[in-house]
Design a binder for this molecule. Sequence first.
Ligand code: UD1
Ligand code: MG
Length: 463
Amino acid sequence: MSIGAVVMAAGQGTRMKSAVPKVLHEIAGRPLVGWVLDALAGVRVTNTVVVVGHGAEAVKAVLPAQAKVALQREQHGTGHATQIGLRALDRSCDTVIVLSGDTPLLERDLLKRLVRSHTRSGRAATLVSAILDDAGRYGRVVRDGSNVRIVEARDASATELAIQEINAGLYIFDRAKLERALRRVGRDNAQGEVYLPDVLPLVGGDIGVLVSQNPDVVLGVNSRVELAECGAIIQERLRGRLLVAGVAMPDPTAVYLDADVVVEADAVLHPGTHLQGTTSIGPGCVIGPNVVANNCVIGAGTTALFAHMSDSVIGAGCQIGPFAYLRPGVTVEDGGKIGTYVEVKNSRVGKKAKVPHLSYIGDADIGDGTNIGAGNITANYDGFRKHRTTIGVGVKTGSDCVFVAPVSIGDRAMTAAGSILTHDVPAGALGIARARQENLEGFTERAEAKARAAMKRDGKRSR
Ligand code: UD1
Ligand code: MG
């Protein structure tokens, strides 16, 4: 037996009220269809076809390179989508799993059980059902002795609507029997569509029904409300996994995780922590409150609070924030510090180097152990092009310096406060680039006398 899969992902999802195709709506940084494909990856499937239609190009763009795609130009229902998918499916697949791209909670275990129970039974079709307290708009499983059929909510009678067992929209079929049945299915329903569940009475013989023990795993997303509900369940799963693995969260409900995030044991995630993309957090880090980290690698024992960082690599034992902004391309070496009201972009901050207060560091290399004074700016843009600033090892810059790039400050050099450095400073030198201070002795007394005289004159005139 060789198993193929058809994932139906062509629908618009009108109830989402969105310009984005439904299966591209994201949960935990992954599109709905990505969750489905991830679950499928754990099953012995030799060929997968994703049926695309609405926003086909955009949907294709998020699929793995090896995914086979079939185009359903006009969406005439799930049966029609399946037909189109089957045409593209490898001929060698004699058994086919059909599933929807809008069921992000689907788990590998359920798919494995479906394959197992179907294979053992030798039936033409097995479908997955679940018992829901509120069956909503799901198709109802109508059992009549050993006969099973699905009635869509909009086509159901009052008695059928009261049924709590719903069609999960996940099936496995004998391919040849499914293809034959699909050719005979009509469109006699409220939507005038070809409904996939309508093949069930036509495939021949009894239909297997696998009732999912956990009703959550089959929830489909058809509206923003359902997207939010599934999102909450996935967040709980992701957080649960980290808690079990030894990550501390004083308030788990206030931590938001993307699917591919990695956090090591003994890290603490405080409320308002959003870990996104491929972010990984080393052991013993203290992250939050209020940190957004997108595609960042953070080494062991680093603390970050009130910070926004993306596409950056932060070493071990670093301090980030409060109120720090790390834009893409930043490397902070071990023991480095990016402090309060500091923005850094496309720069390297060396080992134990510190940028503690009120600075903009862009396109710069800062050497190990260097201390940047308060309020320093790298002027990296001349109005046309970006240039780099190089600051050596063990440098101490004064407060309120501007480095007009391209410019280079040598190792162990210093810069005087308030300097605008347009020329390189050699190693070990002090760079001063500001007007020299002049003190006017007795100025205040003279100024006061002048003012008094002027007031006297004005007073006489006005009388
Ligand atoms: C479907 C089932 C319903 C089941 C529910 C489970 C049918 C007729 N109904 O309803 O019994 O309870 O799933 O979630 O199958 N799609 C296409 N092309 C089309 C139409 C749909 O690719 O022409 C795709 C959609 O993008 C979606 C999936 O098929 O990913 C299911 O379609 P949807 O419109 O969401 O069906 P439901 O109303 O949820
Ligand atoms: Mg649906």
